[in-house]
Ligand binder design. Structure first.
Ligand SMILES: [Zn+2]
Length: 484
């Protein structure tokens, strides 16, 4: 995502551990019945998972919602359980006092919740039309650890599974999610059931949906990815530039890392109330309104900002979404990568389609303003930290979205780009994306892949080169003493 720290700090959740049972989720089927006008939803979560060790409890993540019923099955045999939901954990224990053996399980959880206006989880926002009529929108924002407030899950980035999402909604609203619609049909006089195609294996925080009365324009990328830009009715002309840059970004990255776009579609949708700049939900980018709509009257720097944000989020479709973090400890890896690549994309696109209003030096100047200067400032502060950290709570995970992770991370990636050279960088990134597609990767996985690319072309040991930059806070200061 593109972050804005002061806004994020105001959203810090309570501290709790990030740990749960040793499980592998194998599929999620989520049904949300969303009553936008009543600010309520009901949920039905079917989760299949493998438990790897005998345990007294099965521990998922869950918070804030009201549970109506839980049914747990092992090999089609129901196991009677009791549950406890505290501090972000949803723990199941057997009624007979026995432990859970290592096996495959299926859990069905019925629950409900209200839809609030807190800017995280499933939340409500609204806009006014020209006649001052209020139009309501329900959107989602789960990164890093808010998925657990919307649905029960194993809410860690490396615990990926395919998601099948179905949304029952008042028929007057249009609904979007991560994938294309499989089926949409009226199920009551006022409710429509919209089912979406299954996702590839995906992290919990990337699940997203938006209900609105927006319109959209669309075009296809060169490889046939359906790209749609949504807008408040009447503002169609103001999203043409955003759709253009999103589509061309897909073309650029597919060529740059020789990897096809991992989904058949990509939507971008503005949310009137949004706590950050933009979010890379897989296949469904959400963006702050004021960074999205542009026209010929829009200031040059604002237009460039919009383009940079969108190229950042499109980079995440591969870096972070297709290849996920193994833990939030290395958040900087995906954010630094996207924050570096967005300018690489803008440079290359600018060379291919020269635009007198945006020169390469404009882009490079913006890169310094985005990445280098904030990195130096943040990294010289007493509160700076090493890029890779040992995070132990949801609050710590949220506060990791700071200038060190983004700007220093990007500066480090930029240093890597110029040290390796473009050919080695592209080779390494392509290998990384192909090797860990639909999986998660550790920092060591990334470094060893880049090591291989560095040795092939330039003889550089990337891990040796980057190690201290990653593990130590601050930056080297060289002083020169001499006689004047
Ligand atoms: Zn990002």
């Amino acid at each position: 995502m593109v972050s804005f720290l002061p806004l994020l700090l105001s959203l810090l959740p309570l501290l709790s551990s990030l740990q749960i049972s040793d499980v592998t989720p194998t599929s999620y089927s989520l049904l949300f019945t969303v009553y936008v006008d009543y600010a309520q939803y009901q949920g039905l979560a079917d989760i299949k998972f493998d438990l790897h060790h005998t345990e007294q409890q099965i521990v998922l993540h869950g918070r804030d919602f009201n549970i109506h019923r839980i049914m747990l099955y092992q090999e089609r045999a129901e196991i009677k359980t009791q549950y406890n939901m505290t501090d972000g954990f949803l723990s199941l224990t057997r009624e007979d006092g026995e432990g859970f053996e290592a096996a495959s399980y299926f859990v069905r959880i019925q629950y409900s919740n209200s839809i609030h206006k807190k800017l995280t989880g499933i939340y409500l926002s609204e806009y006014l039309d020209d006649d001052e009529n209020v139009h309501q929108i329900v959107g989602t924002h789960f990164e890093p650890t808010e998925a657990r407030s919307a649905y029960p899950c194993f809410d860690l980035p490396h615990l990926k599974a395919p998601f099948t999402i179905t949304i029952d909604h008042q028929s007057k609203y249009h609904v979007l999610s991560n994938t294309l619609i499989k089926d949409s049909r009226q199920i009551t006089p006022t409710l429509t059931r919209t089912s979406f195609l299954p996702t590839p294996p995906m992290s919990t925080y990337l699940v997203a949906f938006v209900l609105s009365d927006y319109g959209y324009i669309s075009k296809s990328s060169s490889s046939g990815v359906l790209c749609r830009a949504f807008f408040i009715p009447g503002r169609e002309d103001e999203v043409v530039a955003a759709l253009d840059i999103m589509t061309r970004s897909i073309d650029f990255y597919e060529d740059y890392i020789t990897a096809v776009f991992p989904l058949p579609k990509l939507d971008i949708v503005p949310l009137p109330a949004f706590g950050i700049g933009a979010m890379e939900n897989w296949g469904l980018i959400t963006i702050r309104e004021e960074f999205y709509y542009t026209d010929n009257e829009t200031r040059f720097d604002h237009q460039l900002f919009m383009k940079a944000i969108i190229t950042h989020e499109v980079a995440h479709m591969w870096f972070g979404d297709s290849v996920s973090l193994s833990s939030w400890n290395d958040l900087w890896l995906k954010e630094g990568m996207a924050q570096m690549l967005m300018f690489v994309a803008l440079e290359h696109m600018s060379e291919k389609h020269p635009d007198p209003s945006v020169t390469i030096s404009d882009i490079q100047g913006t890169m310094l303003a985005f990445n280098f200067f904030p990195a130096i400032k943040a990294d010289s502060s007493p509160s700076t930290h090493a890029l890779s950290m040992d995070l132990n709570s949801t609050g710590e995970a949220t506060s990791a979205f700071d200038a060190v992770s983004y700007a220093k991370g990007a500066s480090l990636m930029n240093m890597l780009r110029y040290s390796l050279g473009e050919r080695s960088l592209r080779h390494g990134l392509s290998d990384y994306i192909h090797k860990y597609k639909h999986k998660s990767a550790t920092l060591l996985d990334f470094l060893s892949t880049m090591d291989t690319a560095g040795k092939i072309y330039g003889g550089i040991s990337v891990s040796e080169f980057l190690n201290k930059w990653i593990s130590q806070a601050g930056y080297p200061v060289v002083t020169k003493e001499g006689v004047t």
